[in-house]
Write a protein that binds this ligand. Structure first.
Ligand code: CU
Length: 141
């Protein structure tokens, strides 16, 4: 005779699989899909950003998932422009990741870069750690 325990065990392991496959949400976000802003992963490593060109519509909110892929080297993501309302300055230790929410308002092209620099060495930006955010106009004309 089959034991009811075996049946329960099978059921609960299915439940665990379902829970594990749910997307990980940042604190403060509800589960409703239409309230979660789109996410762009950006990898930092080897003195570069990947991708190093991103596009966002003016006035729309996007999450940037910043991931430092390097094993030792700390990196940074700086994106500042007063007219665009952008003021991001995030440090990432090796292997760390962070979510940053961004809502650029003014169409244009904005540079982001890593501000790390060791004394007597080239800055990470000088070594190529730079990228471009293009904010696209929402006007159709
Ligand atoms: Cu860097």
């Amino acid at each position: 005779m089959k034991s009811p325990e075996r049946w329960l065990t099978g059921k609960s392991s299915i439940l665990i699989v379902v829970l594990a496959s749910l997307p990980v949400l940042a604190p403060g976000y509800s589960m409703a899909a239409d309230t979660v802003p789109p996410l762009i992963p950006i990898e930092l490593g080897d003195y570069s950003f990947s991708p190093n060109e991103i596009e966002i519509r003016a006035g729309s909110t996007t999450q940037l998932q910043l991931i430092n892929r390097d094993a030792v080297v700390p990196h940074n993501f700086t994106l500042r422009d007063d007219t665009a309302g952008l003021d991001i300055d995030v440090n990432l230790a090796a292997g760390k990741a962070r979510l940053v929410e961004i809502t650029p308002l003014t169409p244009g092209s904005y540079k982001f870069y890593c501000n790390k620099k060791l004394p007597f060495m080239k800055s990470h930006r000088q070594r190529g750690m730079e990228g471009t955010l293009t904010v696209i106009s929402t006007n159709l004309d």
